[in-house]
Design a protein around this ligand. Structure first.
Ligand SMILES: Nc1ncnc2c1ncn2[C@@H]1O[C@H](COP(=O)(O)OP(=O)(O)OP(=O)(O)O)[C@@H](O)[C@H]1O
Ligand SMILES: [Mg+2]
Length: 253
């Protein structure tokens, strides 16, 4: 087992992030401190512009804090060399980007195979593993298609399949249900929940989708870059995923 899997994947210590342009400073995150434990599913809820994507990209070591420190697998991010960070992302981190970021010149199957190869998966087995992943998300018929031919919902499911392909111990999901209808959204969240519960993966989700609340171990409300609350009573889902959707998924499982 990867030794990184033994450690708490993320810790933020008094992190502030601002962007500067034309003499103006925009604060995206203000004084955020938190730790993500192994096997936890954490949800960040917040309106547009509250800092969700900035927070997740920071947790992936893709951007640096303006103040404070980010620790990935118990080590301060800026002590990793670029090569070490690259390896960490390839082997221990799965990222579902809000804009999917699929590789347009590759088919769906190839998009998955690339991730598997980068994470060191045996070359001969990548095809089979990629097909299994597509089956898991009920999108095997998309294998030979290029991203440009896919609907938003299909792209989203491919992006989720790709994020879990490398067996990452930390999965960062930016609006993973944004383009999905209710049943598909339920399937995606159930799968992420299952990974956290049965495989000890840590999952951090940023979303507007209140239906995810019932799946989360901890819920944080993000507002103007600050954490305003931790699972207050007002976080009841407006319209929970229905019992019939639970059944449908259980039946497919
Ligand atoms: N690269 C950047 N340059 C300048 N400002 C930025 C940059 N990235 C984010 N911001 C600003 O930081 C704030 C937080 O943005 P962020 O994208 O993290 O919000 P969000 O919660 O993900 O929003 P959404 O729900 O619309 O995706 C916003 O005010 C945004 O305009
Ligand atoms: Mg965002």
């Amino acid at each position: 087992m990867n030794v990184l899997n033994q450690k708490n994947p993320v810790r933020l210590s008094d992190v502030t992030k601002y962007f500067e342009s034309g003499g103006n400073r925009t604060y995206a995150l203000k004084n955020i401190s938190l730790e993500v434990g192994r096997g936890e599913l954490i949800l960040f809820l917040g309106p547009s512009g509250s800092g969700k994507t900035t927070l997740l990209t920071m947790m992936a070591g893709l951007i640096k804090p303006s103040k404070g420190s980010v620790f990935l697998f118990n080590r301060k991010v800026d002590t990793y060399s670029p090569k070490e960070l690259q390896k960490l992302r390839a082997c221990s981190l799965g990222f579902i980007f809000q804009t999917f970021l699929l590789i347009d010149s590759l088919t769906v199957l190839e998009n998955l195979r690339v991730v598997l190869r980068f994470s060191g998966y045996p070359r001969k087995e990548t095809n089979q593993k990629a097909i299994r992943l597509l089956q898991q998300f009920h999108i095997e018929e998309l294998a030979g298609k290029f991203p440009v031919c896919l609907s938003q919902g299909e792209k989203q499911r491919v992006a989720v399949a790709r994020a879990v392909a490398n067996d990452a111990s930390l999965i960062l999901a930016d609006e993973p249900t944004g383009s999905l209808e209710s049943k598909q959204g339920f399937e995606v969240i159930s799968l992420l929940k299952k990974l956290s519960e049965t495989e000890d993966k840590s999952v951090v989700i940023a979303s507007h989708d209140l239906r995810i609340v019932e799946f989360a171990d901890r819920v944080f409300r993000l507002e103007d870059g600050s954490i305003r609350g931790n699972r207050p009573a007002s976080f009841r889902p407006l319209k929970p995923y229905s019992a019939s959707e639970h059944q449908i998924f259980a039946g497919n499982g």
